[in-house]
Write a protein that binds this ligand. Structure first.
Ligand code: SF4
Length: 404
């Protein structure tokens, strides 16, 4: 992977030594971010266009702000991904997961199968299921509500993190219910939180080029803000490394920051690197082949600076990048490793090779390798267990790691 920088992350004082040597305009923006000031569009764009020493300073500043805001703990959630069907009529050009109804590898899991998977996950220690799927035509209008009820019946304590804003809009269309009533119904049926997926880039021109018939920016915002007002919290995401520009990153982050100021409903921000290999968007020549190393580092660092004080949990999506790249993103402002997942299909089918499951032990090893502290959290970022070094040493003497 080519890159313009080497990160001297463990060199004390490196940032302070670097700031006087780089472009003063970039140093000025970083100085203001380090003193907690909110960055505007021009600031963000200046940072988004850095390379070399300026990019290294951005990464180091993001790491320092991360330490000041959330400390050295890296969290993760024990969860299972359940993609209940891959049948979808939407046809997003960046998606290699969806299938037309008559293709030979289509599937549509029964509620019994979803219950079995949820129960199996619960017994393996998962406390969240993340449920999303394709959008099949002629879905039963109350399918999403009934799916929630089925999972709750099998696993009453399981937190259900389910349905992208696109699925919510489809459910509204199928039932003819007002959005607010529809979301309230899902909440009553057991919906815990919504994934803030389907955000891609919150710009209608870009969206039109990458997905054509999917929801527009105002529909996405409407679902998210209505959910927040009903007490349904959501994540927030951005897909980068396709045909967007740096301006889009900055506007996207500012829009998420504005929503957070209004509702306070986002739990985290998840940068999602575009996995290009088997997608029509890439094959047609319309997109870059996913993010470069510099872009991965820059997007994580930029989001830490632009969102500081508003969204302080920045997640690394380990399924969308190599192990090494994921580790490096933790040196660029990130503090959450996401979920263990078990059965991750969407990124794998687009060409990602990072696997379908990471055990808590693997998370612990990776996090300790960074000199940081692993902690299991709930979907809503309540710490379940911190695996501090002291606990680990004591447990390993007893021959059982991470038992406290
Ligand atoms: S991203 Fe979702 S909505 Fe778009 S084609 Fe894939 S499964 Fe369908």
């Amino acid at each position: 992977m080519s890159s313009s920088i080497e990160i001297h992350w463990n060199e004390a004082g490196r940032l302070d030594a670097l700031l006087p040597k780089i472009d003063p305009a970039v140093a000025g923006v970083l100085g203001r971010a380090l003193s907690g000031e909110e960055l505007d569009f021009d600031d963000g764009l200046r940072l988004a266009r850095t390379a070399g020493g300026e990019l290294e300073a951005l990464v180091l500043a993001a790491d320092r702000i991360r330490r000041e805001r959330v400390g050295d703990v890296i969290t993760y959630v024990v969860n299972r991904n359940i993609n209940f069907t891959n049948v979808c009529f939407v046809g997003c050009r960046f998606c290699a997961f969806s299938r037309a109804p008559r293709e030979k590898d289509v599937y549509f899991h029964s509620f019994e199968e979803l219950q079995r998977r949820s129960l199996e996950a619960w017994e393996l220690g998962a406390r969240e299921v993340c449920v999303q799927g394709g959008l099949p035509r002629d879905l039963d209008p109350f399918y999403y509500r009934d799916l929630l009820r089925a999972i709750k019946q099998a696993t009453p304590e399981m937190h259900i993190h389910a349905f992208s804003p696109m699925e919510v809009v489809y459910g509204v269309e199928l039932t003819g219910m007002p959005l607010r009533d529809y979301l309230s119904m899902l909440k009553d049926a057991g919906l815990g939180t919504l994934p803030g997926t389907a955000a891609e880039i919150l710009d209608d021109d870009v969206r039109h080029q990458i997905e054509r018939i999917k929801l527009n920016v105002s529909q996405w915002l409407d679902v998210i803000k209505t959910a927040h007002r009903l007490g349904i919290r959501t994540t927030s995401t951005m897909m980068y490394g396709h045909l967007e520009s740096e301006e889009h990153w900055v506007r996207h982050l500012m829009l998420l920051r504005d929503v957070q100021k209004e509702t306070g409903g986002f739990t985290e921000f998840v940068p999602l690197g575009f996995v290009h290999e088997f997608t029509q968007l890439y094959k047609s020549g319309d997109a870059r082949p996913g993010p470069t190393r510099d872009e991965h580092l820059k997007v994580h660092a930029l989001s830490r600076l632009m969102l500081q004080g508003w969204i302080d949990n920045i997640q690394v999506s380990w399924v969308k990048m190599s192990r090494e790249m994921a580790q490096e993103c933790f040196l660029a402002g990130a503090n959450d490793y996401g979920g263990t997942l078990m059965d991750e299909n969407i990124s794998r089918l687009a060409g990602a090779t990072s696997g379908e499951y990471l055990s808590p032990e693997e998370f612990h090893a990776r996090i300790r390798e960074l000199g940081r502290i692993p902690a299991e959290r709930t979907t809503l970022y309540k710490i379940v267990k911190t695996f501090s070094e002291t606990n680990w040493v004591r447990c390993s003497v007893q021959g059982s790691r991470d038992c406290l």
